[in-house]
Write a protein that binds this ligand. Structure first.
Ligand code: ARG
Length: 463
């Protein structure tokens, strides 16, 4: 639909309306309607400030503020008719305000531009997302703490190269994710603190000659202070990028975890059973229980990385200050935020519901010569051998066990002594997986004692 008349907001110098294709490429209302509540909140704060500084009469300000609430209730109630011809949420709201309250609506935009307006709206929206992100992370971390507490001393294989390396505890593995999502949490908090400066009042780019009070609007909107440089304020999208960067790192963590859950829930591993609530069946193979939620989390992460790269690419070539390119910021952030929140919620449900199979974990922990390092350490500690020599002797014993088709603890003492004559009975103490994990008491190590300390530390930190 081509708009035959020129735009009512800026049509003064235009004789004709835009071509239909121009309207299609230019309009953002299809997606920026999600900023409606923030747009109205920002306009109400701006209006209150215009009245308090005497730029607007109290009467007009009151009419505008009331009218904006009516517009908000129309939008929330679903009766609002969004118009593509009015480009974006800012002009849709203002046009409707004019229809409701008449002439005073035209005074709302005094001392302001859509450039500082959109930066403010979008920042408020991203700030809300960071708050929701923070809450979801805390919830997820608690889910891991619950798992870690239950199985603080359960043994399982620890892997490098996905090959059995050394026995570790289930609690230790769960707490590794607590550290990862804990760093995400601190990144969210950092980003929120850094972004919390108000662009409102930067106007188009240079500030305004009206005696506005930027501290007042900043305070009203919950910002710590007004942004100090008007050129930067209207052209900065770091807050959106920091959200996407932080979301990307968190998404990478979610994806690694999803991958582990897919592997662990397989018939070959049987480390965990995922609940029916977060699994699906197969239409043809009755025995199947598929970890679809984990797979979809692993896949959705690509959209979040994509959004991060897309917005970095949009921004990298832009001269100061605002360019219309920046309108492309929103869809990327909206999509990334939606998928991040969904992935976090699904992961939280899966982790809370999953049950670790203690027997399978323990059986796997002892296989694959997982205590070979303990044996080498014993040769160093008890026989005083250099580690390199101990490593060599242990390698020979592993080869012997492999040839006999048994595990290290099943080799007889005579077998052991055929490789090194001084090996004694006490070596068997370190070959058991429970002794192995209990011995790793260095700070950050896998011993249940250390794991329980970390659980307590995190519980305290999250209070
Ligand atoms: N819809 C626009 C955006 O999302 C609002 C700002 C328009 N500003 C301008 N100078 N054309 O960026």
């Amino acid at each position: 639909m081509t708009n035959k008349t020129s735009n009512q907001m800026w049509g003064g110098r235009f004789a004709a309306g835009p071509d239909a294709i121009m309207e299609a490429i230019n309009a953002s209302i299809g997606f920026d309607k999600r900023l409606a509540a923030q747009d109205i909140e920002g306009s109400r704060a701006h209006t209150a400030m215009l009245a308090s500084t005497g730029i607007l009469s109290d009467k007009d300000a009151e009419a505008i503020r009331e009218g904006l609430l009516t517009v908000l209730s129309e939008i929330e109630g679903g009766s609002f008719e969004f118009s593509t011809a009015l480009e974006d949420i800012h002009m849709n709201v203002e046009a409707r305000l004019k229809a409701i309250i008449g002439e005073p609506a035209g005074r709302l935009h005094t001392g302001r531009s859509r450039n500082d307006q959109v930066a403010t709206d979008f920042k408020l929206w991203v700030r809300d997302q960071l708050d929701a992100f923070e809450e979801a992370l805390v919830t997820l971390i608690h889910a891991f703490l619950g798992q870690a507490e239950q199985g603080a001393d359960w043994v399982m294989p620890g892997f490098t190269h996905l090959q059995t390396a050394q026995p570790v505890t289930w609690g230790h593995h769960m707490m590794a994710y607590v550290e990862m999502f804990g760093r995400d949490l601190s990144r969210v908090r950092d980003a929120r603190a850094r972004m919390n400066e108000s662009p409102l009042g930067a106007a188009a780019l240079a500030g305004t000659s009206f005696p506005i009070d930027r501290d007042m609007t900043a305070k009203e909107l919950g910002f710590d202070r007004p942004a100090a440089n008007s050129l930067d304020a209207v052209s900065d999208r770091d807050f959106a990028l920091e959200f996407l960067n932080t979301a990307s790192i968190c998404a990478m963590h979610l994806s690694r975890l999803a991958e582990e859950l897919v592997i662990w829930s397989s018939a070959q591993f049987r480390f965990v059973a995922l609940s029916d609530r977060f699994s699906t069946g197969s239409s043809i193979m009755p025995q199947k229980k598929n970890p679809d939620a984990a797979e979809l989390i692993r896949a959705k992460i690509g959209r979040i990385f994509g959004a991060n790269v897309a917005l970095m690419t949009v921004m990298k070539g832009l001269p100061l200050t605002y360019s219309k390119d920046m309108q492309e910021d929103k869809e990327q952030v909206f999509d990334a935020a939606d998928n991040l929140m969904l992935a976090l919620a699904a992961m939280n449900g899966m982790v809370r519901d999953m049950s670790a199979n203690r027997e399978s974990l323990e059986a796997a922990a002892g296989s694959g010569f997982s205590t070979a390092t303990d044996l080498a350490d014993w040769l160093v500690r008890v026989l005083g051998l250099p580690f390199r020599e101990a490593h060599h002797i242990t390698g020979a014993l592993v080869a012997m066990a492999e040839a006999k088709g048994c595990d290290l603890p099943e080799l007889s003492l005579a077998d052991m002594q055929s490789v090194h004559g001084e090996i004694s009975e006490s070596v068997y103490d370190v070959l058991g997986v429970h002794n192995s994990v209990a011995s790793r008491t260095s700070y950050g190590g896998t011993s249940p004692v250390r794991v329980r300390e970390q659980i307590a530390r995190w519980k305290e930190a999250l209070k």
